[in-house]
Design a protein around this ligand. Structure first.
Ligand code: ZN
Length: 453
């Protein structure tokens, strides 16, 4: 048992001061407010907040960051032209490079406050003719182990190149598996996952799987009781194509044909109409918003204000990993709304600041998306996933409990996170100056030099 003394800590009921945190076997055993710290404490911490769940990541795409910002056809550079560049990268990747890129991305996630990552993984083969490769799963788990982050490994079924059974392209063949291969892979991963990692499942999108396959995976997911993830309505073009075939919009069709419930995580849901929004908010499923990626790819803007006013759950993800910073995701989420509505403080309820409101929402939403039983808050019995901030940080100066989260979210700078604890253990690698980080960055740079230039 270790015990820490937090000068300030964010709990379910709000900020508390002078709190002893006792940790046993990776979980929070006891929280008690004391007048003063007892002499036996192991360490004193300034400001403690819950660790953040990254609900949607394709870690391999980290390697593309900054390499796709010069369109060959600038007037018509879209998500679909970006996707071609992403496929060119896929063509060059193998198990070893997937490991190197994932480890770099996971280091960066930890440095910025993500303590868990849901890896939406559909790159299953080393080459287009091989079978689904379990070694890629091991590479991702090794990258998570070596960085320290908790992994929610989420194998994803990908079978078609587009609607109407469009053939897979040469690169997309690296994503393909039969349903049988896919479910065998899921079972293999499930039985080989080490603590504290866990598993979820999903399909890439309605354009990448047929109706029969979708039904089978959802049925399987229901028997497993794990979260189910799917990209949905990210691009207007796919919404239009889907509607021309099915006569319904993608989210509308899902809601009419499936029991979309609290185990479902709908990634993006950017292009939905008022009815879809209203019904979706009632399902208790969670929408995963990835504002920096959605902005970078020119996807569109989610109707956050209407959705939260109807009680809808949401979480965030770094998705393409163009940016790895949960607080930047939250800023983009709120700022895009301000730009549309030409008003301020759009998401918040009046009683608390927008920063705190957004942060609390993603704790609940993140827990739903990753299958955590707790609501993401620091409380007795929950995993000891903690972020420690320093009260010497200039951007937090002068802030009291009323506005502290607004400063954390809206005026944070790169040195915000001082220490990170995952399942009761301090993460060792939190600085670019750390030898392990520096060494890994050299391998990562050499890899990018080889495959991208
Ligand atoms: Zn995605």
């Amino acid at each position: 048992m270790t015990t820490y003394f937090a000068k300030k800590i964010f709990l379910e009921e709000g900020w508390a001061e002078n709190v002893h945190i006792s940790i046993n076997k990776g979980s929070i055993a006891k929280l008690s407010i004391e007048k003063q710290k007892t002499p036996s404490i192991d360490d004193e911490l300034d400001i403690v907040i819950p660790g953040i769940i990254n609900s949607h990541s394709h870690s391999f795409q980290r390697a593309l960051s900054g390499f796709t910002e010069r369109g060959s056809n600038r007037s018509n550079d879209t998500f679909w032209t970006w996707r071609e560049k992403m496929y060119q990268l896929v063509d060059k990747l193998n198990t070893s490079s997937i490991y190197t890129i994932a480890k770099q991305a996971y280091f960066e996630m930890l440095m910025r406050g993500y303590t868990t990552v849901v890896e939406f993984h559909y790159l299953h083969r080393d080459n287009q003719n091989s079978r689904i490769n379990n070694e890629i799963f091991h590479a991702l788990m090794e990258a998570a182990n070596e960085s320290g982050i908790s992994l929610v490994y989420t194998p994803i079924l990908y079978q078609k190149g587009g609607f109407k059974d469009k053939e897979l392209t040469k690169e997309q063949k690296k994503f393909y598996s039969t349903i049988r291969e896919f479910l065998e892979h899921y079972s293999y991963a499930k039985s080989n996952l080490m603590d504290p990692h866990s598993i979820a499942i999903g399909v890439h999108s309605l354009r990448a799987v047929g109706e029969e396959a979708l039904r089978e995976i959802v049925k399987f997911q229901e028997s497993e009781q794990v979260p189910f993830h799917i990209h949905i309505a990210e691009q207007q073009q796919e919404v239009d194509e889907f509607k021309s075939i099915h006569g319904e919009r993608p989210v509308e069709w899902l809601l009419n044909n499936y029991d979309v419930n609290e185990n479902w995580c709908l990634v993006h849901a950017t292009h939905i109409n008022e009815n879809e929004l209203k019904e979706l908010a009632q399902t208790k499923s969670v929408v995963c918003l990835c504002p920096t990626t959605e902005a970078n790819l020119g996807d569109g803007i989610f109707q956050l204000k209407d959705y939260v006013s109807r009680g809808g759950f949401f979480t965030i993800g770094s998705d393409s990993n163009i940016s790895i910073d949960p607080f930047e995701e939250l800023r983009w989420l709120e700022y895009s709304q301000r730009l549309i509505h030409q008003k301020r403080n759009i998401a918040s309820e009046e009683s608390i600041g927008t920063g705190q409101y957004l942060f609390e929402k993603i704790l609940t939403g993140g827990a739903l998306s990753s299958g955590q039983r707790s609501n993401g808050q620091i409380k007795e019995g929950s995993p000891a996933n903690l972020l420690v901030l320093s009260d010497e940080n200039a951007s937090l100066a002068g802030h009291t409990n009323e506005t502290l989260f607004d400063a954390i979210v809206f005026s944070n700078h790169s040195e915000l996170i001082h220490k990170v604890m995952i399942n009761g253990e301090w993460v060792k690698f939190l600085s670019q100056e750390n030898e392990e980080i520096k060494k890994h960055k050299e391998s990562y740079s050499a890899l990018l030099g080889r495959i991208l230039n």
